[in-house]
Design a protein around this ligand. Structure first.
Ligand code: DQA
Length: 142
């Protein structure tokens, strides 16, 4: 099974940005954690991060026909991007939305998630373990 993990803007700043919300693990720590988890489960994983909306759309489109499940944390684009929603809808690949922080307890502007409309599941507030939970969900095929 092939899994694509996509991270949006500022997630490359993990470990530096707002540790009260996002913890102390760096982006490299997150990538290592995902890679070793997938290795242990015999899952093929590609990890992608971009600060640019169109690049995220391109990566989602590239997944069509090549990827069995997507884990996506679109960062702030969660709350603004219909383009990312449409891209996920276009490829018709089972997708799980992940947020490191408990977005539902934060500002009003974080209460809208466009991408959620195309996702089978949403995981919030479990820190970086949320990515592993999303991978487990996709690997179980439900
Ligand atoms: C985030 C939550 C978003 O509101 C924020 O813009 C992020 C990270 C999270 O992982 O908790 O960049 O997606």
């Amino acid at each position: 099974m092939k899994i694509l993990v996509i991270n949006g803007p500022n997630l490359n700043m993990l470990g530096i940005r707002e540790p009260d919300h996002y913890g102390k693990e760096t982006y490299a720590d997150l990538c290592n954690k995902i890679q070793s988890y997938c290795q242990g489960k015999n899952l093929e994983v590609t990890i992608y991060q971009s600060n640019h909306e169109g690049d995220l759309v391109d990566e989602i489109q590239k997944a069509y026909g090549n990827i069995d499940g997507i884990v996506i944390n679109p960062g702030a684009y969660t709350h603004t991007s219909i383009a990312i929603l449409d891209a996920v809808k276009s490829v018709n690949i089972p997708t799980v939305e992940v947020h490191i922080s408990r977005v539902e307890e934060r500002e009003d502007f974080r209460q809208i998630s466009y991408v959620r409309l195309a996702c089978e599941k949403t995981i919030t507030g479990h820190g970086t373990d949320g990515y592993l939970e999303a991978i487990d969900y996709l690997a179980k095929g439900k």
